[in-house]
Design a binder for this molecule. Structure first.
Ligand code: NAD
Length: 268
């Protein structure tokens, strides 16, 4: 995809990877970017930097997602690139006393933001994109959606679901001219990562800057690649998982054991 003259939406654009995507899209020649986030003031500030539209939105509400798309299309033309980037990393506990034990509200919140917000945006945009011969979805997922996430059942589970939905979207609508990419980094220096303690399994291969990840994302979208891996090590981990699932589970259990021991002694 060529970004020149395009209209894009970036959710979770107030900070972190989303804000970096907004700036990278603007630098790559996008004509308009809508910056949507629960943090309205911060979204408007990022939007002001690129002459875009800042919107306060709660992505857990389908009606607000539809309104975000309609308003962008009405004032700035057809959305060619929908970046469903916002996510939440909740219920983290490296000692994992019960991986299924997060409160029902925590599971629900993770489903709504990490998965259903992608579904609702696509649900509204697919018919519009089909009618004009195509469009593009960039979904920020995580390496946790391909491998796993030590320390959070809701995060690991919903990120896998996000991969599943993106695959469905990509294969069901390829012949409609619709393309999809999933952005699957490990650790990225953002408020989310500091919120879960910074260091952890996701930081083992190095923490990238949000800008580096946004640049990798735009390169992947420009090349129309489904899988975008800013940390190249993830390819090897995926191969190891497919080659021998049981050995991979054993290796991850060992990692979990080490982090549990660290959490219990206060060194993790
Ligand atoms: N930081 C990392 O290490 C890392 C690694 C892999 C994947 N990711 C993924 O990258 C994406 C962006 O993460 P980030 O690190 O920039 O996080 P972040 O917490 O810094 O930014 C996420 C943004 O999403 C917004 N948001 C959350 N819930 C929302 C809702 N209901 N409605 C509207 N906005 C909402 C937040 O207000 C925030 O501005 C997420 O999907 C995350 O899971 C992050």
């Amino acid at each position: 995809m060529d970004f020149h003259g395009r209209t894009a939406i970036v959710t979770g654009g107030a900070q972190g990877i989303g804000a970096a995507l907004v700036r990278a899209l603007h630098a790559a020649g996008a004509a308009h970017v809508t910056v949507a986030d629960l943090k309205g003031d911060a979204a408007r500030e990022v939007a002001a930097e690129v002459g875009g539209l800042g919107l306060e939105i709660d992505l857990r509400d389908r009606a607000q997602i539809i309104d975000m798309i309609d308003r962008t299309e009405r004032d700035h033309g057809p959305v060619s690139l929908m970046c469903s980037n916002a996510g939440i990393a909740n219920a983290f506990d490296l000692s994992v006393t019960n991986i299924a034990g997060a409160a029902p509200e925590e599971w629900q919140a993770a489903w709504e933001v990490n998965v259903m917000a992608h579904v609702h945006a696509a649900g509204h945009l697919v018919p519009l994109m089909k009618s004009r011969g195509g469009g593009y979805f960039l979904h920020t997922v995580s390496a946790a959606g391909l491998l796993s996430q030590v320390g959070s059942g809701p995060y690991s589970t919903t990120k896998h679901a996000a991969v599943g939905f993106a695959e469905s979207l990509a294969l069901s609508h390829r012949d409609d001219g619709i393309r999809v990419s999933i952005l699957c980094p490990q650790g990225v220096a953002t408020p989310m990562l500091s919120g879960i303690g910074g260091a952890g399994p996701q930081a083992g291969d190095g923490v990238l800057s949000a800008r580096e990840v946004a640049d990798a994302a735009l390169k992947g979208v420009a090349e129309e690649r489904f899988l975008i891996l800013p940390h190249p090590q993830v390819t090897g981990y995926m191969q190891a998982k497919v080659e021998n699932y049981d050995r991979w589970i054993g290796g991850m259990a060992k990692l979990q054991r080490a982090y549990r021991a660290g959490a219990e002694t206060g060194t993790g």
